[in-house]
Write a protein that binds this ligand. Structure first.
Ligand code: ATR
Length: 285
């Protein structure tokens, strides 16, 4: 019997995905491809459109295909929270999951959004949070996801203002033990001269701006929009006119949350600065 030559080992790549609806706009594949190239890991990261109501079956298919995990974006972060067998502490605090990790039998859920925001503010943009007066606009899932990591930095105070004041009040009650928190509607924000104002409303997605008094920001303070937009957002333009020394969109947060997800899947931490720089220089459409 002739000996069969040994087959070359099958090229094995790391299968990952982002699940959302819509999904065409997502920059995550470019970011994770860059991480993989940097670390010598062959990454196949796919945009996956899930129909509303079909999140679980979409994830089941990814698992059956051998994926290591996936990111989860609008509108499925709550579905992902319910889908997981185990939750990290930060996912439990956020009440939402943006990263699924598929172990053999078990699916773990984490939330890297707040980590991404704080890392971008503190490490990339050098905006201090500790000891500062912070205002967060909006009281939806995005705000819930970032409150605990912001409070962990020890701000002097953190005020949440929302179009629907009752939602802001309900939200801060969840974090009452974690810091000096207050809430209001958008029209009756009691303090002025905030050091940092973060827009976590969905208003920027529609390129609109909640009405804001221009005395809200301390002269030389910082504004940050969780939305990423090449040409800026109405909120960032408002901040510049209100005297901000720094106005940043959410691209840095996107890259930083992606790096933390990549670490959860691979145990390897990519360098983010060069990826962020490349994306700013050559925006991916
Ligand atoms: P997400 O998960 O992105 O936070 P969400 O849970 O639907 O989405 O929350 C959207 C947030 O944006 C809410 O705080 C919403 O205010 P309401 O709670 O009053 O609905 C806020 N928002 C949406 N459009 C807005 C607008 N045009 N002006 C001000 N706030 C807006």
């Amino acid at each position: 019997m002739t000996q069969q030559p040994e087959q070359p080992a099958r090229q094995c790549c790391l299968l990952l995905a982002v699940v959302g609806n819509p999904i065409a706009h997502s920059k995550s594949p470019q970011i994770h491809k860059a991480f993989g190239e940097q670390l010598g890991i062959d990454v196949d990261y796919r945009k996956t459109l899930a129909e509303i109501g079909a999140f679980a079956s979409c994830v089941a298919e990814l698992r059956a295909n051998g994926a290591r995990g996936c990111n989860v974006t609008i509108p499925f972060k709550q579905d992902a929270f319910e889908y997981c067998d185990r939750l990290s502490e930060r996912a439990a605090q956020a009440g939402a999951v943006n990263t699924l990790i598929f172990d053999t039998e078990v699916c773990r859920g984490d939330n890297t959004d707040g980590f991404g925001l704080v890392h971008d503010l503190v490490n990339n943009l050098h905006v201090a949070i500790g000891g500062r007066r912070i205002l967060v606009l909006g009281a939806g899932g995005a705000t819930r996801g970032v409150l605990a990591p912001l409070l962990a930095q020890g701000p002097q105070s953190l005020h949440v203002a929302n179009r629907t004041a009752g939602k802001a009040r309900t939200l801060i009650e969840l974090f009452a033990d974690a810091g000096n928190l207050s809430s209001s509607g958008l029209a009756d924000i009691p303090e002025r001269d905030f050091d940092l104002i973060i827009n976590a409303t969905a208003a920027s997605l529609g390129q609109s701006l909640p009405p804001l008094p221009d005395t809200l920001l301390r002269n030389g303070g910082a504004v940050y929009d969780l939305v990423y937009a090449e040409a800026g957002t109405p909120f960032l333009h408002w901040g510049e006119q209100a005297g901000a020394s720094l106005a940043a969109d959410g691209l840095g947060m996107l890259v930083e949350q992606a790096a933390e997800s990549f670490f959860l899947w691979t145990g390897r931490r990519p360098r983010t600065a060069e990826v962020l720089e490349a994306m700013r220089a050559r925006p991916v459409k």
